[in-house]
Design a protein around this ligand. Structure first.
Ligand code: NAD
Length: 286
């Protein structure tokens, strides 16, 4: 039975390390990193994510600012807030919680964020930097997965990695991260013809489809490493991933649980990105 990749514990350790670095910055007379979190409307999942992000800021002793705007907010109003946060020397990172209400154009909002404050790593500039192997701000979930695997000593170079899901925020940048680590990468999506076959060849499989138990335990190659990014709320209120956990656990060498796997790593990486953004904003000594 598989070893559990304990994202919750690894994320706690990272938050502690970040807090130490923040304390060191203060001693050196440098600013406390500050994350601005923008939530539009009151989507229940988004509200929980935003609350967790603010809580993590407290744990890492970051400053945070919170902008909770009504669902009726216009594109122009949101763009204006982004412009203000871009211009504010007190703000290091800007996070606009997605999804936005349907009348707003997320892509043009994302593109308005200054790349050096784009701590989600979703701006095309930052995605492009990752694509050409010169990463700056890296998308949080894929980077968090890399950190988790690295912490457990998983070797990536030369491995066959199969990613299920090709979204802009998880699957695609995950493929770029894995390429950067010199894996052989296959990306599956809705049009993939034989998902079972693709998954069964993976040394490492990363699933981000948003479909509960899409990947069956019997598909997993014995000894493979399984990373489940999916977060699905079932009718009974339980959270479950995109992988049949119990069955997969019997075949895999290592597996992430849901919850307590990738989710906490995403938040820890967001804070790492915000700390990195703060270093970009440090003024050179006069
Ligand atoms: P999305 O809906 O934007 O993308 C889903 C992708 O999966 C698409 O590329 C689609 O083609 C593919 N897909 C859907 N059904 C498929 C099928 N039957 N076979 C093969 N491919 C299929 O979703 P997303 O934003 O990438 O999120 C995916 C999941 O990850 C969701 O459950 C989301 O809640 C979760 N998520 C978790 C974290 C975290 O921190 N743990 C972060 C972001 C997203």
């Amino acid at each position: 039975t598989a070893q559990i990749l304990d994202g919750k514990a690894v994320a706690e350790q990272r938050l502690q390390k970040i807090a130490e670095q923040v304390a060191k910055r203060r001693k050196q007379g440098l600013r406390t990193p500050c994350l601005a979190v923008v939530l539009v409307g009151n989507d229940p999942a988004s509200t929980v994510y935003v609350r967790n992000k603010k809580f993590a800021c407290e744990k890492a002793s970051f400053a945070s600012r919170s902008y909770e705007l009504p669902a009726s907010t216009t594109q122009e109003e949101l763009l204006q807030l982004i412009d203000e946060l871009n211009a504010s020397p007190a703000v290091d990172g800007i996070l606009v919680q997605l999804p936005l209400p349907p009348h707003l154009n997320s892509q043009s909002i994302i593109e308005r964020i200054q790349p050096d404050k784009d701590v989600d790593g979703f701006h095309p500039y930052n995605v492009g930097r990752l694509a050409v192997r010169m990463p700056l701000m890296r998308p949080c979930t894929p980077k968090g997965v890399m950190t988790l695997l690295e912490t457990y000593g998983v070797e990536i170079r030369g491995k066959k990695v199969v990613i299920v899901g090709a979204s802009n925020i998880v699957g695609r940048p995950q493929a770029l991260e894995m390429l950067l680590a010199e894996a052989t990468v296959t990306v599956c999506h809705k049009a993939t013809q034989n998902l079972e076959h693709e998954v069964s060849e993976a040394d490492i499989v990363i699933v981000a489809a948003g479909k509960p138990k899409l990947v069956k335990g019997s598909w997993i190659k014995p000894g493979a490493i399984v990373v489940d990014v999916g977060i699905n709320r079932l009718d009974n209120g339980q959270l479950c991933g995109d992988v049949e956990f119990e069955a997969a656990k019997e075949r895999a060498a290592m597996i992430t649980p849901v919850p307590g796997g990738v989710g906490p790593m995403t938040i820890a990486t967001l804070l790492e990105n915000t700390l990195y953004a703060a270093t970009l904003h440090d003024k050179p000594a006069a």
